[in-house]
Design a protein around this ligand. Structure first.
Ligand SMILES: NC(=O)C1=CN([C@@H]2O[C@H](COP(=O)(O)OP(=O)(O)OC[C@H]3O[C@@H](n4cnc5c(N)ncnc54)[C@H](OP(=O)(O)O)[C@@H]3O)[C@@H](O)[C@H]2O)C=CC1
Ligand SMILES: O=C1O[C@H](COP(=O)(O)O)[C@@H](O)[C@H](O)[C@H]1O
Length: 488
């Protein structure tokens, strides 16, 4: 339900002292404040199990901003922002403690937005606690973090628990990649430009690569990460979401339901990966010690709190095939990993080569056109084309050139908002368009479970790769077998 007018709300963050809240949510909320996008009466209530009061939480927020904000802290903005902050100590497993919410929540004046920034095993407790406290109204909303569960079964269980308390129209399943400018720009690129409408299929596209490389490791999140792994942490959600935006049919309009329906069709068409072909179609890796940005970093098994027997993957590369008319024989190669050479998220669309080269002086085979979409850093779009080198030579000389559209250069006056900023604001506004439906999540898990089950049966284990590289050699071989190579 979209509020016509943006009403002030009580944004309650469960897990207010956690990594996500400190690293991303508080930073995004401050930046929204800075941009004048928070309603004057909106309040932020942090809930966590550690003792403290609002002064304590203001201090936590200040320290988080000092640590994670990549810009100067503006004292005026901070003053406004800090005056919104409240804190409640609640052990989320203790039902009676939810009564404390009544001390700060104003059900009459404000919509209550409940942000579940905790591990999914606590979702059921929070739903029950909120329900029993009598604090919820039909206007309340809940925002749920990814990954929802760790497989299809647990995801269904969580969604069922949530559905006992919140209607589907009150549930906002967040994937912060869907708030990123460049991911949203995929809609504009594909559906506002007729040059791509007829060329976006197996007739002209050879294959597509999606890379989400992170230079960071697991950042003290061993407990969480080791149970999860890169397939569930990143590929089940962020990479599959990017894939659906690239592969879906044109939606009838930009309403949430139209977009969800098209994305679900793509997820349903993903060819399952089985025990028979998993070692040929996927590569798992785990980082060993190395250098990232010229600094020495430990291997995964030497991280703080590590269990040295762990076989959890910190890198995945795979070939996905979409069994439908548009994408017949067009592989999608996906890779993502921690402690890679650099932070780089990009999509590369490789077009087919021209069938015959008449410019033999320049190349034996003409290189393909490429559309490169840089998601982060340096958001932008590039098209690699072939052009004649100017000159009066007898023979036409051909050279690769780039049409380069950098967002920061082209939209100098526009501010580029981060994924969390955009989505937290949309949740407060009551606009569900950029959030995920239950069916999408469950379809994504169905495909991921097929890989996870096949891995469990495979004798192969994650291959070591040195921190600061682009993953194990096997990842290059995955494409090499198909006569292709990773970009860059
Ligand atoms: N961190 C990130 O970058 C991202 C995280 N996510 C998701 O967000 C969620 C939270 O992740 P993250 O912030 O990393 O997790 P953390 O463990 O860092 O934060 C969770 C917070 O909840 C607190 N908590 C745990 N149990 C209770 C309880 N019974 N009552 C009250 N508070 C409790 C924790 O306290 P204590 O420290 O004492 O355990 C901690 O402060 C997860 O679902 C994760 O998958 C999604 C995207 C990115
Ligand atoms: O969801 C997650 O995303 C971050 C990467 O987000 P980005 O916006 O910096 O690309 C990742 O580090 C984390 O492990 C994962 O849970």
């Amino acid at each position: 339900m979209k509020d016509k007018k943006f009403k002030p709300c009580d944004l309650v963050i469960y897990g207010a002292l956690g990594d996500l809240t400190r690293r991303k949510l508080l930073i995004s909320l401050y930046r929204l404040e800075n941009a004048g996008l928070l309603e004057p009466d909106t309040r932020i209530v942090g809930v966590d199990r550690h003792p403290g009061d609002s002064a304590f939480y203001i201090d936590v927020a200040h320290k988080s901003l000092q640590q994670f904000l990549n810009e100067r802290l503006d004292e005026e903005v901070w003053k406004r922002f800090s005056s919104r902050l409240n804190y409640l100590q609640i052990d989320l497993t203790r039902m009676e403690q939810y009564q404390r919410l009544h001390e700060v929540i104003d059900q009459q004046q404000r919509v209550m937005v409940n942000y579940f920034a905790v591990a999914p095993f606590l979702f059921k407790n929070i739903c029950q606690g909120l329900d029993q406290s009598g604090i919820l109204t039909s206007k309340s909303r809940m925002v749920m973090e990814k990954p929802i569960g760790h497989n299809l079964k647990s995801s269904i269980e969580i969604n069922d628990e949530v559905a006992k308390v919140f209607g589907e129209n009150q549930v906002y399943r967040i994937d912060h990649y869907l708030g990123k400018e460049t991911v949203l720009n995929l809609l504009a690129l594909r559906f506002a430009n007729s040059i791509f409408t007829t060329n976006w299929n197996h007739n002209t596209i050879d294959h597509i690569q999606i890379t989400v490389g992170e230079d960071i490791g697991i950042e003290g999140r061993w407990e969480y990460f080791d149970k999860t792994g890169q397939l569930r942490d990143m590929l089940q959600n962020h990479l599959l979401q990017i894939l659906t935006f690239i592969a879906m049919e044109p939606p009838a309009n930009l309403e949430a339901e139209s977009i969800h329906n098209e994305k679900i069709k793509v997820l349903k068409a993903l060819r399952p990966i089985t025990a028979k072909n998993v070692d040929e179609k996927t590569v798992r890796g785990q980082y060993s010690a190395g250098y990232v940005n010229r600094k020495p970093v430990p291997g995964y098994l030497e991280e703080e709190g590590a269990n040295t027997d762990s076989t959890t993957e910190t890198f995945v590369a795979l070939r996905a095939d979409i069994d439908n008319w548009r994408w017949a024989d067009v592989p999608f190669y996906l890779r993502t990993g921690k402690r890679m050479h650099s932070k780089r998220t990009e999509i590369v669309v490789y077009f087919k080569r021209v069938p015959h080269n008449i410019f033999k002086d320049s190349y034996l085979r003409l290189p393909p056109n490429k559309l490169v979409i840089h998601l982060q850093p340096n958001e932008g779009v590039e098209i690699e084309m072939l052009n004649k080198v100017p000159g009066i030579d007898e023979n036409l000389k051909i050279q690769k050139t780039k049409l380069d559209l950098s967002f920061s250069e082209t939209f100098k006056k526009s501010r580029i908002f981060g994924g969390y900023e955009k989505l937290v604001l949309e949740a407060m506004r009551g606009n569900p368009t950029l959030f995920l439906s239950r069916e999408e999540i469950e379809q994504a898990w169905t495909w991921i479970d097929s890989i996870q089950n096949a891995w469990a049966k495979s004798p192969e284990k994650p291959k070591p790769y040195q921190a600061g590289t682009w993953g194990p050699i096997a990842s290059d071989l995955l494409l090499d077998r198909d006569g292709r190579a990773w970009e860059g």
